[in-house]
Design a protein around this ligand. Structure first.
Ligand SMILES: *[C@@H]1O[C@H](CO)[C@@H](O)[C@H](O)[C@H]1NC(C)=O
Length: 254
């Protein structure tokens, strides 16, 4: 049996495997807590993993890697970006931004202690174009973020597109209907690196409400693993096309 090292095109897959299951994407409704943060548009929880996209006769891949705009949420006002709807327009219009390399761990970029030690939401955005040919050819377009550590909410052109919990697996969403073809598209990603006893890896937040020793609202994050809780868009971000009829999943029975 062939390995999947270089994935065959959908046509050859059809010939090689006897059983192909085209599964409907299954989305689960997001917990009320996150929806209340997002406000406005409905966000689907992302449960759809996916293989790394490679160019083929039916798949065109565009990279969204490079320098994105970036801003931290204030430590003492973690929900500011949601309240002020930072996702509804370019981040550079709602405050100061720095350039952030994607993929990278933002903790490692610059010499700023606040960036290295940040706990809470961080915001990324960038603009991109898609060829109008994709619209005339009626191609399906998928967004894939290789990983975002830890919790993330993804917006496209100001609307929430998907959300994801977990820092090490791909986040994927079909974006065909949310794209604009003759103009710039805006993608915004809010990422929260807060660890809890339920996250992998685990961590906890301690609020030090002793005004004689700490500033008001001061909190720290602790964990028992021996590496930094690196955060951010850790892997490649790309968009790719598929035909309208596509393989979502395969099941090989031997
Ligand atoms: C986001 O970060 C804040 C800390 O600034 C934390 O209190 C909150 O629980 C986090 N939310 C999520 C969904 O991770």
């Amino acid at each position: 049996m062939d390995t999947l090292d270089s994935p065959p095109t959908p046509t050859t897959l059809l010939l090689s495997f006897s059983q192909i299951v085209i599964a409907m994407e299954t989305w689960t409704v997001l917990s009320i807590c996150l929806v209340s943060l997002v406000g406005g548009a409905y966000t689907k929880d992302n449960t759809w993993g996916g293989l790394y996209p490679r160019e083929s006769v039916s798949r065109e891949v565009r990279s969204l890697d490079g320098l994105w705009n970036f801003r931290l949420s204030p430590l003492q006002d973690p929900d500011k970006g949601f309240r002020e709807e930072w996702y509804s327009q370019p981040l550079s219009k709602t405050g100061s931004v720095i350039s952030m390399a994607v993929p990278s761990s933002y903790n490692d970029v610059t010499q700023d202690k606040a960036l290295r030690d940040h706990i809470g939401w961080a915001w990324y955005d960038r603009t991109f174009f898609v060829p109008t040919r994709w619209q005339t050819d009626k191609l399906r377009v998928v967004l894939r973020l290789g990983s975002a550590h830890y919790n993330s909410i993804v917006y496209l052109n100001g609307l929430s597109l998907t959300s994801h919990e977990g820092g090490h697996l791909p986040i994927m969403a079909e974006i065909t209907s949310g794209l604009v073809y003759g103009r710039e598209n805006l993608i915004t990603v809010a990422i929260n690196n807060t660890l809890t006893p339920e996250t992998i890896p685990q961590g906890s937040i301690t609020y030090h409400d002793n005004p004689t020793r700490y500033p008001p609202g001061y909190f720290t994050q602790s964990y028992n693993f021996d590496f930094t809780n690196y955060a951010g868009l850790h892997r490649t971000v790309s968009i790719y096309t598929t035909p309208v009829t596509y393989i979502d999943d395969i099941l090989v029975t031997t």
